[in-house]
Design a protein around this ligand. Structure first.
Ligand code: ATP
Ligand code: MG
Length: 327
């Protein structure tokens, strides 16, 4: 099957906004995933919702499947670094995870200085700040420069609608979000995960620029990687081959992530204040192409779109899954 603009335009009508599965209990909705708690398990259904600037902009066909399958790939590739919560994936859009107690910190790792929103590292640096996140930055950095070494810039995990706030490692411990020993494990794992991510992305001709990890505690207290890892939602990816030429010409790097959508919104004058305009269909198709190409470059496998419509497919798969839980 050729996954081109024509195919993805046809898929727009199938884009998945959510899946209501009353037999699994009450649905909770994250920005991107629909979630159900079933005993000690968490059912995570990746929808096609695209969130940016803390708003849902619209739907991107095939995005949920890409996110779910790409995260599964990375969980597999990193299980020697840290345990993760994944149990199984009964459907291309669904992951069943062990339900953990999330550590309420978003662990952001950055290898480059970039960003378009007002609070991004590049915006703050270019406004003259030289101490950001409690880290000293030298003069003379240009947008999209590589940092001397990757840095961890944790934020609190804000409640619905609120923006995440920066937090220092000592405040994380002081506020009881993690013990000192847990934070030490998290920070060490995050840097090792990021290095692994850069290595594997490089084989596919991509640069892993920055990313966000979430960690949680398994019932026995072990720290585990949860949520998702190294997807185009949680990470920036640039095309390695064109990076130096584009930087020399003061152009933005070619990217395979949500930054493409953010830059489009920024070019229309929207940088995060007030309600954003809805995602134009043509932009949704282009975003889908980028998500799929990112998947293919990273996994070095062709993307195989699952049977549509996804909602009905997921409902019947999950009905069987739920029946099997009782046995
Ligand atoms: N194994 C797990 N145990 C407990 N919670 C988890 C686990 N894996 C993921 N989560 C949580 O499930 C949610 C995933 O949904 P989604 O990615 O849509 O949320 P989000 O928009 O990123 O986050 P939120 O809406 O909570 O701010 C996140 O809140 C994440 O912290
Ligand atoms: Mg998330």
């Amino acid at each position: 099957m050729r996954i081109d603009e024509k195919f993805l335009t046809e898929q727009l009508k199938y884009a998945l906004d959510g899946v209501d599965l009353p037999f699994l209990g009450r649905r909770t909705r994250g920005k991107v995933r629909d979630l159900y708690t079933v005993g000690d398990k968490l059912v995570m259904i990746a929808t096609d919702r695209l969130s940016a600037f803390d708003h849902i902009l619209g739907l991107v066909p095939c995005k949920g499947q890409v996110l779910n399958e790409l995260a599964l790939f990375w969980f597999e590739q990193t299980r020697d670094i840290i345990p993760n919560a994944v149990l199984e994936s009964p459907d291309p859009n669904v992951t069943i995870a062990r339900r953990c107690t999330p550590l309420l910190v978003e662990v952001i790792v950055r290898g480059y200085i970039t960003g378009v929103t007002g609070t991004s590292l590049w915006q703050r640096y270019s406004a003259g700040e030289r101490e950001v996140y409690g880290i000293q930055f030298p003069n003379g950095l240009r947008k999209n420069d590589q940092l001397p070494a990757p840095i961890i810039t944790p934020t609190t995990k804000a409640a619905d609608g609120a923006h995440d706030a920066l937090i220092t490692p000592s405040a994380i411990v002081a506020q009881g979000l993690a013990t000192a020993a847990q934070w030490e494990q998290v920070a060490t794992a995050a840097l090792a995960l990021f290095a692994r991510g850069q290595e594997i992305a490089a084989r596919g001709g991509l640069v892993l620029v920055d990313t966000k990890y979430e960690f949680g505690l398994l019932p026995d207290g072990t720290v585990a990687l949860i949520d998702e890892i190294h997807t185009p939602d949680s990470s920036r990816f640039w095309v390695a081959a064109t990076l130096e030429d584009r930087r020399a010409a003061e152009q933005e790097p070619e990217n395979f992530d949500k930054e493409f959508v953010r830059l489009y919104y920024a070019a229309q004058g929207y940088t995060g204040d007030g309600a954003p305009f809805p995602l134009p269909p043509a932009l949704a198709v282009q975003a889908a192409e980028r998500y799929i190409r990112a998947y293919e470059r990273i996994t070095r496998l062709p993307f195989m779109p699952a049977a549509m419509p996804a909602g009905a497919r997921i409902a019947s798969t999950m009905r069987r899954w739920a029946d099997a839980q009782g046995e």
